[in-house]
Write a protein that binds this ligand. Structure first.
Ligand code: PLP
Length: 504
């Protein structure tokens, strides 16, 4: 345990300034952490001592500490004080380039304050992708395929051939919704593998599922419109809706997936769901629930955004047809991605829309980015049409099924008494729910100290969960690394402390 430096430079402007005192304290402490003046593991004085030392109200200090805890900069240990987190949110300490811009800390801060808070949160998370923070995968990296098994040489050959043959037309560009041969290949693929029924013209090639969410927002929402989404659910979608100014209504899950929104949500304009493999809990939405959700959308005049982000990998059970293929009233927008099935930096995905929205989507996409990069689209198209894509999926499905089996076996052996393991039918990750009321954030911090990556399920929930748990990826690393992770996780869970706040 390291003690805090005797004095931490904190300049607080007088009361009454537009920026409240707790916020100034929060900003000053966060800056001290990011700049390394307060190092990971350092113990802070108690809120009482802190308030006395800096002549602040204790409530001000408590509020600032709570905010920093909620964002992962500080960690509190019952009975033993408050510490600077060992693992800062998204590797923020390594966000070096900011310091090199030559701007004064103060001018950076004031610009930060003027930016809408919802967006500054997003910008902060984007730092996770600074090259220096993208470390080699460890157990249990989630949301990532086995990048070391991607056939890069084959991809390079396909790309080189396409470039050599590139026509002037290909160098010029393509229609906003995409390279027509790729649209056709996608229509065939989605029809055969996902039961999606559409014409190629209804498919937009987009920069990943995240852009699909953004385009849908602009396609169907007005500021203030109500959007229903799963709780827990995908944070990237919740942030996009909130940043746009939508009013979010979080809908609980049960074993069949998201419940059908109730009377409160009759006014909703959009429901966002991950039916093939609920993110993050992992269940597959049952057929009766799919039909009930479609019926709700039809009766209430809402649209459904079906995010099919990783369903290519299905290990057990019969594939359930996409909502889109069951829809008889043109309510469903279907989004998917090549990030998990090929590699994330490709930044290609698709959005399938009902035919009456095609013109509008075309205009929106054209204004946003003209079109997705045509050369990448053409290479991807060749990769699919020549059969490499299908072969890659089949090979990876086998690898992931083996890795999943190792994860489930070792979880049962090492953690059986401590967690409930959800049945996994699809995807690249699974979730464990604690049997005891323990603190998922504290477990995550401790695991990170042992070189194990987990994500607390509470991070995806808008309300305290009855029991927290962990999201574990099994695709990105091999069996020995999964075993190492599970051996390391067992003592951490055994000795984990209870949550301090009572949960509903
Ligand atoms: C549920 C879900 N939807 C969408 C995305 C965005 O994926 P993409 O990389 O295609 O933008 C992710 C990314 O992890 C995700 O987990």
């Amino acid at each position: 345990m390291k003690a805090a430096p005797a004095e931490i430079a904190i300049a607080i402007r007088p009361r009454g300034a537009a920026n409240p005192t707790y916020r100034q304290l929060y900003t000053a402490l966060r800056a001290a952490i990011l700049e390394g003046r307060l190092r990971p593991g350092v113990k802070l004085p108690s809120t009482r001592d802190f308030a006395r030392r800096y002549t602040l109200a204790r409530g001000t200090v408590v509020t600032a500490f709570e905010q920093l805890k909620a964002e992962g900069y500080l960690a509190g240990r019952v009975g033993s004080g408050t510490y600077v987190s060992e693992v800062l949110p998204d590797g923020l300490l390594e966000a070096g380039p900011v310091a090199r811009t030559g701007q004064s800390q103060q001018s950076r801060q004031s610009r930060d304050e003027t930016r809408p808070r919802k967006l500054s949160d997003v910008a902060r998370r984007a730092q996770a992708f600074a090259p220096s923070t993208v470390a080699a995968a460890r157990a249990f990296r989630a949301n990532q395929p086995a990048l070391d098994l991607f056939p890069t040489t084959l991809w390079a050959q396909v790309a080189a051939r396409r470039l050599r043959r590139a026509s002037a037309a290909l160098l010029k560009g393509c229609p906003p919704l995409g390279h027509p041969p790729l649209q056709r290949a996608l229509a065939d693929y989605l029809g055969a593998s996902r039961g999606v029924t559409c014409e190629p013209e209804q498919i937009a090639v987009v920069s990943g599922a995240q852009e699909a969410i953004d385009l849908v927002i602009r396609l169907v929402l007005n500021t203030g419109d109500r959007v229903c989404m799963e709780d827990p659910g995908y944070v990237g979608a919740a942030r996009a809706f909130a940043a746009f100014g939508a009013s979010l209504s979080r809908v609980a899950l049960d074993s069949e997936g998201m419940r059908v929104p109730d009377a409160r949500d009759q006014e909703a304009r959009l429901a966002y769901v991950t039916p093939a493999h609920q993110f993050p809990m992992g269940m597959t939405m049952s057929l009766p629930r799919r039909l009930a959700l479609l019926d709700w959308a039809h009766r209430s005049g809402a649209m459904i955004l079906e995010d099919d982000y990783d369903s290519e990998f299905r290990f057990t059970g019969r594939p359930v047809p996409a909502l889109q293929g069951l829809d008889r009233h043109g309510c469903v927008l279907f989004a998917g991605s090549f990030s998990k099935v090929l590699f994330p930096s490709l930044r290609l995905g698709y959005l399938v829309v009902p035919s009456d929205l095609v013109d509008r989507l075309q205009a929106i996409k054209s204004l946003a980015s003209r079109q997705a990069p045509v050369m990448d689209q053409a290479v991807l198209c060749d990769f699919i049409v020549e059969g490499h894509f299908g072969r890659h999926i089949r090979r990876m499905r086998q690898v992931y099924a083996e890795r999943l089996a190792v994860l489930l076996r070792t979880a049962r052996d090492h953690l059986g008494a401590l967690v409930e393991i959800s049945p996994v039918e699809a995807g690249l990750q699974t979730s464990l729910t604690f049997r005891r009321d323990i603190d998922g954030v504290a477990v995550t911090d401790e695991a990170a100290r042992c070189g194990i990556e987990v994500i607390p399920l509470s991070r995806y929930a808008s309300r305290p969960l009855r029991r927290d748990g962990l999201l574990l990826g099994f695709a990105a690393v091999d069996a020995p690394e999964i075993r190492r992770g599970m051996r390391g996780l067992a003592p951490i869970l055994k000795h984990a402390r209870r949550r301090t706040v009572s949960r509903t």
